[in-house]
Design a binder for this molecule. Sequence first.
Ligand SMILES: Cc1ncc(COP(=O)(O)O)c(C=O)c1O
Length: 397
Amino acid sequence: MKSKQSLVMEPEAMSMIEKNDLKAREAKAIIQTYARQDVAIVRGSGVRVWDSDGKEYLDFVAGIAVNNVGHCHPTVARAIARQAERLIHTSNLYYTENQVLLAEELKALTGMDRAYFCNSGAESVEAALKLTRRATGKSKIVAAERAFHGRTLGALGITYKSVYREPFRPLNEAAFVPYNDVEALKAAVTSETGAVILEPVQGEAGVYVADAEYLRAARQICDDRGALLIFDEVQTGFGRTGKWFGKDHFGVKPDIMTLAKAMAGGLPIGAMLAAGSVSEIFQKGDHGSTFAGGPLICAGALACIQVIKEEKLVERSEEMGAYLKSQLAKLAARQIRGLGLMVGLDLDADCKSLVEKALAKGVLLNSTGEHTLRFVPPLVVEKEEIDRMVSVIEQSL
Ligand SMILES: Cc1ncc(COP(=O)(O)O)c(C=O)c1O
């Protein structure tokens, strides 16, 4: 029987496997690296997703800051479908148009000079680390406490949580300094430092915003000591913070920027952007990846950028982010932090159980710690949807 089951879902089908069966099969077939919520998502549209029983949820997680234009935006879905009928893949042995068009868009949006494409956030960080090594000849990296840069070996070494790093030593580990502490940064960056890497807003940590003074000082310290400044904008990119990129709040230009997550609305893509002479350092053969910058993914990314522009989602992120914060202020919060629709909330409650209760009430939430919720909804979120989410938290507390 099993061998006769189709592996291609019929368009009208909600799901092919009942949830408990799916969970049991997942446990046997998938290497168990993820702690999942008790729900199987089968469909999405805008700010909403549906599970395998047809139940609707408001999505304030957005694939972890990925679905900025909303789930299955018709412009993006159409662009992907059209490109899929034209050319899905051909490799970087050849020129492809979408890759160049996307790089030009990213240059115009960021003020950086050249792009290197890859397939994820961690890969964009890996590329930044390799470029640092090639450009400076130095391997020492200074990163911030609470930082998250990914889980591949290079990115893991500069990710702060020691429980993530511990089982995988030896790693090339960063010198970690307290975030927003200029003096600590001054003390840590030496002539042997290859780069300082910072998130303009720390996401996985629970949403901590950089001080403008701190990022300006970081730029100066790097210049003085001959180190590169890398901004990891994997989570803060593409309108998430109420500007196109997190750096735009601070008027500081890095040497290298890393991007991923929302870039292609859910298709796997990443990019490392470099400025000035640093963008000319990599030589042919220095780095590469089979799928990187492929025509299908880049078509998705170009469509996402178009939607963000046409629907003014950057401005919307700022406006709705302010509304979200004003509504969260009604809860007994210890602290509310964030920029645009990237908001962290500290509560005296057990946030893990709060997430489960909200799930039962039809709202997807994400906790980044015992007492912290992170809100990163699609930028198309409406006030009424924010109201409903906040009232679900109120009821669940
Ligand atoms: C700032 C930052 N950098 C890097 C990463 C790693 O990205 P990915 O999960 O796509 O490898 C993340 C993921 O959450 C991130 O938030």
